[in-house]
Write a protein that binds this ligand. Sequence first.
Ligand code: FAD
Ligand code: DHB
Length: 395
Amino acid sequence: ERTQVAIVGAGPAGLLLSHLLHRRGIGSVVLEIRSREYVERRVRAGVLEQGTVDTLMEAGVGERMAREGLPHHGIELRYGGRGHRIAFERLVPGRRITVYGQQEVVKDLIAARLADGGRIDFEVSDVAVHDIDTDAPSVTYVDASGERVRLECDVIAGCDGFHGVTRPSIPEGVLTVYERDYPFAWLGVLARVRPSAEELIYARTERGFALHSMRSSEVSRFYLQVEPDEGLEAWPDERIWAELKTRLETVPGFTLETGPIMEKGITPMRSFVVEPMQYGRLYLAGDAAHIVPPTGAKGLNLAVADVRVLTEALVAWFRTGSAELLEGYSRACLKRVWRAQHFSWWMTTLLHTFDSDDAYGRRLQLSYLDYVTSSEAAATTLAENYVGLPFEKGP
Ligand code: FAD
Ligand code: DHB
């Protein structure tokens, strides 16, 4: 079998790449180890930058997002017994974010690919990439019916997330890894209860960080900073609600509404980048190439930005044979990647509790929070990064 672009992974990166390439007349096959039901149910991020929303709208896959997504024009930073609003409409006029679940984006992209006759092979196994340093690369795998398949292609897109197979297929010595681990994890919770506030609340307390987010008028999303080695069994629903109340009910007049918990999971936090994001005919995009701690809500948005760059580079190459943009792919992506790395690290260190004995560090944190919530310049820095910096001009 043969296709132009073999795409490993049906997350936001792989699915959007397949869709954008199709609209430019380039064929692809998407390979995914999980089932369609699994990827459509996997609860993850929820904050879309304006540029992500624009990309999905322009690509004709934003109709449901435009109807059901929640536009937000600010967030609250809550600490020291007070809430402080970061007002996007004043600090970065005309720019906003949209709250719309990642799995809804994934559902919309899968539906669009299938409606256009696109091919996504779910529930594959034994995925391996071959001959990536030649002009005849291929991907082998076992399909859902147990059949062994060799897919020949012109290029391979590694969109298989942090734990995928494509990045480890690059020979030793090619990639430089930059990483940082954090001494905590996030417990994510989806609950059937109406949001207790209209905007997202990022709360810093002495007991750790908490985030109040939402999905709709009936569904709320929460995150709690927890110990890195804690399992879900340590977090029965009653403990989750008690801890959320302790960390969020810290300002006068605020009461957290509670309700049935629909889903919960624990995610480790790390920062990670490989350079370059390419080797031979293999191009990495999204979490396969870089991870950010979720405090800045950048992971999904970065994946979309990579895919935009890769699409333009592949279109130029297939149309004209010019490899200039493909060769510059990694360089073109990494500027935005590193800005998001810094912002995500900064938001994380600003809002989480680190070593409980480090009184000096806590004072610094509070000083910076006071600065961000009182200085127009500092607040603008947060706001313009949070809503997302504009994309670089295309070729
Ligand atoms: P992914 O969404 O990870 O997609 C990769 C796909 O490849 C998956 O479907 C996977 O099943 C598949 N795959 C893996 N290995 C193979 C293989 N060998 N062969 C074929 N397919 C394979 N970001 C936020 O901003 N806020 C959050 O709250 C947040 N929560 C997160 C929670 C978790 C548990 C994780 C893992 C990430 C979270 N993120 C969050 C980050 C955000 O969801 C990611 O940045 C985003 O999913 C990146 O998209 P992607 O397509 O690059 O990777
Ligand atoms: C959500 C996730 C984030 O990582 C974040 O910073 C804000 C909101 C969410 O899932 O709603």
